[in-house]
Design a protein around this ligand. Structure first.
Ligand code: AMP
Ligand code: MG
Length: 397
């Protein structure tokens, strides 16, 4: 045992011990939620050509300078520009051309007048506004130019990012490989969720939450099932786990008589038991099995979920923390950073949201995670946080 670590120090140590996975190329359709491994640099100009933002008439601003509601300017209408077709003629001085949204702006035009601001004429059009130069025109390159850095490595791809990549012709993207994460539960009392627990038995809920959290964080969970509290069974399961990129186990690392995880991991690789100054969530076991990083979470369900969030998920891009104001006093153990489960109440515009507790905060209370919108991260110092205090929160969705 070493001296207690702060949560931030433990996170930093875990991150420092990991080596990034290789990247891979995936088609756009499979890139949602993946983390970019290389920048996306524009090799196109967007929009590629000046086009109309409205249905109306392409004109020269100079030709309609005097137009007003009571004294419209009349222009002869010469031709049409429609989406998908380059207009065959240029716009002559003193004329108008009908134009549709997205259609190329003809040579010679610099402005579009919305048809609502005209009489919608066919032969001649009466323009009732003096639209300024550039009105309702989307100019070439106003969105992106060739050479622009559009997305940076480390960015998790969202729907809008994929749209931009498609528009730029980037139909394959270099992304980080999804880590394969072995999920192991340990304990003689555990039964699979589809079984009716017998006397003294508990449903293995940790494997379900850990696997789901792995998926949510962009990894592929590999369920190893339940290892019994024996050296032989643990060894067998951990050997299987060592074929993945990371092994996450829960329970069996305290000082109970049947807690063999520590010994077996130490024998197969290395194990350090960290005392992290936090609640819930002790103890935390960190090491490797046959060279594959190993994270041993505590057994209590809330502890395993909170420590996963802080120490396993946090190895992916961090969920940004934000602030809220406590709506009730909150107690905590002095000296331990505390992660209570909170319910947010969104205030009016400009106000911080309020946050209250979900109820009982025991590390076995599954309902506290069901009700929670966020974790309330209370600093180690102090044992009472009065109502009205601004605190940090970690949103859970
Ligand atoms: P342990 O760390 O093995 O002493 O377990 C601590 C507590 O967590 C005990 O009450 C266990 O029954 C419970 N626990 C351990 N593993 C799981 C699991 N996979 N799902 C739900 N509860 C668990
Ligand atoms: Mg146990």
């Amino acid at each position: 045992m070493t001296a207690p670590l702060s949560v931030a120090a433990a996170q930093a140590r875990i991150l420092a011990a990991l080596t990034p996975l290789r990247s891979e190329r995936v088609p756009l359709a499979e890139a949602l939620g993946r983390v970019l491994a290389a920048p996306v640099v524009s090799r196109r100009t967007l929009p590629p050509f000046a086009n109309s933002a409205m249905d109306g008439y392409a004109v020269r601003a100079a030709d309609i300078a005097g137009a007003a509601e009571g004294s419209p300017v009349r222009l002869p209408v010469r031709g049409e520009s429609r989406a998908g077709v380059v207009p065959s003629r240029r716009l002559e001085r003193g004329t108008a051309m009908r134009i549709m949204t997205g259609a190329p702006l003809p040579e010679g035009a610099d402005t579009v007048v919305r048809h609502e601001d005209t009489d919608n004429g066919r032969e001649t059009v009466a323009v009732r506004v003096a639209a300024a130069h550039g009105t309702s025109v989307r100019f070439a390159g106003e969105d992106m130019r060739s050479g622009d850095r559009v997305l940076a490595p480390g960015h998790r791809l969202r729907a809008g990012d994929l749209a931009a990549c498609a528009a730029l012709g980037e139909v394959w993207l270099e992304v980080g490989r999804r880590p394969r994460v072995a999920v192991l539960s340990t304990g003689d009392e555990l039964v699979e969720p589809d079984r009716e627990p017998g006397p003294g038995q508990i449903v293995d809920s940790n494997a379900v939450s850990v696997a789901a959290a792995v998926r949510e964080a962009g990894g592929d969970p590999v369920r190893l099932g339940i290892a019994r509290d024996t050296v032989v069974d643990l060894r067998r399961h951990l050997e299987e786990g060592s074929r993945c990129d990371l092994v996450v186990s829960s329970a069996g690392v305290s000082v109970g008589d049947h807690d063999h995880v520590r010994d077996v991991v130490a024998e197969m690789g290395r194990l350090d038991l960290w005392r992290v100054a936090m609640r819930p969530g002790k103890p935390l076991a960190v090491g490797n099995v046959a060279g594959v990083p190993f994270l041993g979470l505590p057994g209590n369900p809330v502890s395993s979920q909170v420590t996963f969030e802080l120490f396993a998920r946090a190895t992916r891009p961090h969920r940004p923390r934000s602030a809220a104001r406590t709506l009730e006093p909150m107690e905590k153990p002095e000296g331990l950073e505390t992660f209570h489960r909170g319910i947010l109440e969104h205030g009016r515009h400009g106000e911080l949201p309020g946050v209250r507790l979900t109820g009982a905060q025991g590390s076995g209370i599954l309902r506290s995670m069901v009700l929670a919108d966020c974790l309330i991260a209370l600093p180690a110092e102090g044992s009472l946080v009065p109502a009205g205090t601004v605190v940090e929160i970690i949103p859970l969705s």
